[in-house]
Design a protein around this ligand. Sequence first.
Ligand code: ARG
Ligand code: GLU
Length: 718
Amino acid sequence: MKSFFLSLGIFILFSVKVKADEGMWLPQLLQSLNEKEMKRMGMKISAADIYSISKSSLKDAIVSFGGFCTAEVISDKGLLLTNHHCGFDAIQNHSSLTDNYIQKGFWAKNYGQELPNQSLFATFIVRIEEVTNTVLAGLPANISEKERQSLIDKNIAQLRKDYKKETYEDLIIRPFFDGNKYYLFVTETYRDVRLVGAPPSSIGNFGKDTDNWMWPRHTGDFSMFRIYAGKDNKPAAYSPENVPYTPKRSLKISLKGLKEGDFTMVFGFPGRTNEYLTAAAVKQVMTVNDPAKIKIRHQALDVLNRYMRSDEKIRIQYAAKYASVENAYKKWQGEVLGLTRSGAVDKKLAYEMEFTKRVNANPQWKAAYSDLLPKLNEAYAMIEPYAYARDYYNEVMPRIELMGIAADMNSLVIAYAKDEASYLKRKEEIRIKLEETYKEYNMQVDRSLFESLIALYSVDQPGNYVSPILKQSLTNQQQTYLAVAADLYAKTSFAYPDSMYALLAKTPAETIEAIGADPAYQLYLDMNKTYTTNVSPKLNEWQSNINQWQRSYMKAQLEVFPEKKFYPDANGTLRVTYGNVKPYQPSNGVSYHYYTYMEGIMEKYKPGDYEFDVPQKLIDLYKTKDFGRYGVNGKQPVCFIAANHTTGGNSGSPALDAYGNLVGLNFDRVWEGTMSDLNYDASICRNIMVDIRYILFIVDKFAGATNLIAEMNISSGK
Ligand code: ARG
Ligand code: GLU
């Protein structure tokens, strides 16, 4: 009997404990929280080799790439490795019908051919410090969320003023654990980042949307850039005079490869996770928000697909937009599936029962925390209709360029009301933005998107969330969206670059008048007003309650489960995650190996196909087994998986072996495990990486860019 209770106790303990491979850890805390476990799992270096502020460490080779991906320095000439999909916007911007780098790939033969990219940047983390006490100093109890935030903002502003840093450094201060802790990051940002190389899409995005978020995978999802610095090696705005950056640290590359059970870690900038939500919150994502967003994107993708498949120019124009809409669309579907299959809501409910039991057993906790879960449950019920309307507004509006342009025109109207200088400044910004917009725009496509999405917006929502002007024009047009769209796009100036530029060329007063009279502007204003009047006030009110109670719930979890090692949710800051190379069983009777080889590329090969075509040169290299030093036993490894806890933003992150050598490049997660953003499940969550040997094989053998290979520090041995 005693041993039964003992094992029950152990079982409960185990079910709350974070599994070894779960977690996105702060690099400066590895030593105290993780080093022992990492070594037990196979790591051969120390926490100080990963993060140190007194000597060079691996962190000095990792950058936030443009704020949306990760990249790493792989040569002492500032060469950066990241994903093809991270560099895609740059690749697309330099592409034209004649020089289509998406299709053909791009390889600079020398520094002079490397292509600059406006607004792309690379940010290093110089050091990280906890600043909780400073940021939360002097906060009285029982103040409103708004007052609390404004006091915090004041403290942060003061901290920024007082903090000693170099002139070329910046500060980032972020909340962790839902605002229970704050950390400060000293950063150094380089703004001259040039495109160096990219394989053709048929390699860099092989399998496209069909294979996206899936395993087994055969994608060479990589591209290369270079950081340029001023003559003093410090950050400098783009200039032809700039020189390749000399890094504090660049990663060593190992060609040794990995086998099952080997230690790996991924070092990068994960964007956002929500691991500590309540069961009710997760259920809402799963049954309300994800399905709504999936439905809207499904429509949008249908429209885009129709046009892109029949017109090469449209295909190039909309390629990046399509990929980004499709990416989250597919992820959310995997998320719903994974949450369902892994019983995430029930697991959360069991956790909440244990939480409540512990809280009720302790008078102090009972007084402070026992009302939290009921309050949060009520809040989620209350916010549901508004959150649904928010999803509709936020999914529909950004898909329609006409609405985006109208929003910009609105900002011009606001600037005009201020003064002439603001107007002129804003007009110039808009002119530049419009040029970008129209480059990737086709009137018919946009009109079809409008038709299709506005229909969902009007039909799926309660009437008071729908713009009255839209309802009126539907009545005028015999209730057909087609006619509403045709009428609007015939009358607005915003849909046509020429008339748009002509409108902006008028005197300020005339321009403002013409904007005011434009039907697209009037519709935009009305949709916006409907949303800000009938949705956002209640949405914000409940969201603010949720934020406050979730912060307390987080604090309570940290206290009530002292045996559990907590990691903060991803928030775009530098993290380390680690685990072992592992196969997985996605469902009953199915088992996936952890490595793929070029055989798989040839199995998937469909000549001429939009997703599965393979360049002839790659086929030839495969047939002659010309893998150089990158193959093993006559086979060329391509991708592998491991149990590293990653999320969006970790794209382009280095996969490092037990010695801290670069062995792969993170680019995706497996379909069944994308729910790891809300509820990590060690049995099915895997990250997907390209093997560094496939990357080098492509650079060396396929592209012949031996100049780049020569820059790198490659070791074939142990
Ligand atoms: N799923 C990966 C990520 O979230 C890759 C996306 C790019 N590829 C694509 N086919 N859209 O970013
Ligand atoms: N592809 C993702 C990115 O762009 C990484 C995959 C994931 O979400 O884990 O960051």
